[in-house]
Design a binder for this molecule. Sequence first.
Ligand code: P6P
Length: 342
Amino acid sequence: MIKAPTFGEFIMDRQAEFPFVTGQLTRLLTDIGVAAKIVNQQVNRAGLTNILGASGATNVQDEQQQKLDVFADDAFMRILSSGKSVCGIGSEERDGYVLCGDQGEGRSGKYIVLIDPLDGSSNIDVNVSIGTIFSIVRRVTPLGEPLQDQDFLQAGTAQVAAGYVLYGSSTMLVYTTGHGVHGFTFDPGVGEFFLSHPDMVFPERGATYSINDAVKAKSNQATQDFIDTCREAVDVGFRGRYIGSLVADFHRNLIHGGIYLYPSTSDKPEGKLRLLYECAPLAWLAEEAGGQALDDHGRILDRVPKSLHERTPYYVGNRHLIDALQTCRKALCGGGQGTGLT
Ligand code: P6P
């Protein structure tokens, strides 16, 4: 039996695909794998080490910080800033940027990391899958100079690597550097991620729609029309599935096919999910896997953020399902045929 490559072996073998190869991106991706193992160990024993529950603090999102949120943020910060590859980190759990590199001034290292250290953390106490989402871009200001906002606030098309870790029934690391989407499953007995899902792509057709039903009623008309059409397609196998943990919903839809929607609503016209460290990395994975990802106006990857914690409406999944949503939008603007859903 041929041993599947570990995550480290795989990225080393593929290093030649990275533009301007200096080994820094390889080191950075390796560090992400190490941090993921550290977080995974705590997630898997959260109930035993009194690490469950709220930390008592609230984060910049004014959300109750769970103890594991803080642990995950600290773990990724410590590991990523200790390498020589990263000059700055933007985290969901921190108000502002964290400067790394020599003297912690962000002058050395050419990569910026945007990260949601533990997404879906409201599910921690009830043992539902949660995840880490990461996005990596190159700094745009010259090495040696102080970092600027523009180094962090780049469109999704500027990403050089992106991925997620899903702490689920098994723990998986899924990533892309623009050469396909590759999934690795953690073997706790060995302490390694092994390649288990090479070249992941959406199935040709999907029949799952993921939306919080309570949100649908407050969403835009096109989204409501689209969801109603999905509900009417039950007899051709359409079904609703919503875990309430973005990484878990995204991963299921990537493997089985489907569309995830977190629309703009009357009370959250800008949407709920964050552009830089949730939507843009998953949008790139989706496109690399043959799918699409939109906001209310266009392609998520084209959008240039104005702030670190900017939110966005988000629709991501199979190409034909996103097209069907677009048809609902066009129908409301006049024109447009049937949704083409099925
Ligand atoms: P709601 C978790 O807080 C999260 O950011 C995503 O992981 C998840 O898909 C969404 O919010 C759930 O939001 O409003 O349905 O509880």
